[in-house]
Unconditional design. Structure first.
Length: 116
């Protein structure tokens, strides 16, 4: 797929696309679920959790941090990660609006319906 022409879309569309792209990988979803189950920032178990190599895990975590879904900080010389609640609240609001609009459509389009 070619380069995304972000200038064709609204700021809202571009802002929503970034975290959705970050979540569009099963390893990153597993990492997010793992972080959600924690009560503190962590730097452990990601390799065991996903079965991926450490450099791959590091890249997945960087994508989540870049998207603002996960925050990172240094603790005792190690980088620790945790969920960034503010980004998730914003994502909930944006996605919630889309989900509500889709769920409340008066006509449901299905492959066998005349509208498709």
């Amino acid at each position: 797929m070619g380069t995304t022409r972000t200038e064709l879309y609204t700021n809202r569309h571009n802002a929503l696309a970034q975290p959705l792209k970050a979540l569009a990988h099963p390893a990153r979803l597993a990492i997010v679920e793992h972080l959600l189950a924690q009560t503190d920032c962590i730097n452990a178990n990601f390799v065991e959790l996903t079965g991926l190599a450490q450099p791959t895990i590091t890249r997945h975590l960087a994508v989540l941090v870049e998207a603002g879904l996960v925050s990172s900080s240094s603790r005792e010389g190690k980088t620790v990660y945790c969920i960034a609640p503010g980004a998730w609240q914003a994502l909930d609001g944006s996605l919630g609006t889309l989900i509500t609009l889709a769920a409340n459509r008066p006509v449901a389009c299905t492959p066998d319906a005349s509208c498709c």
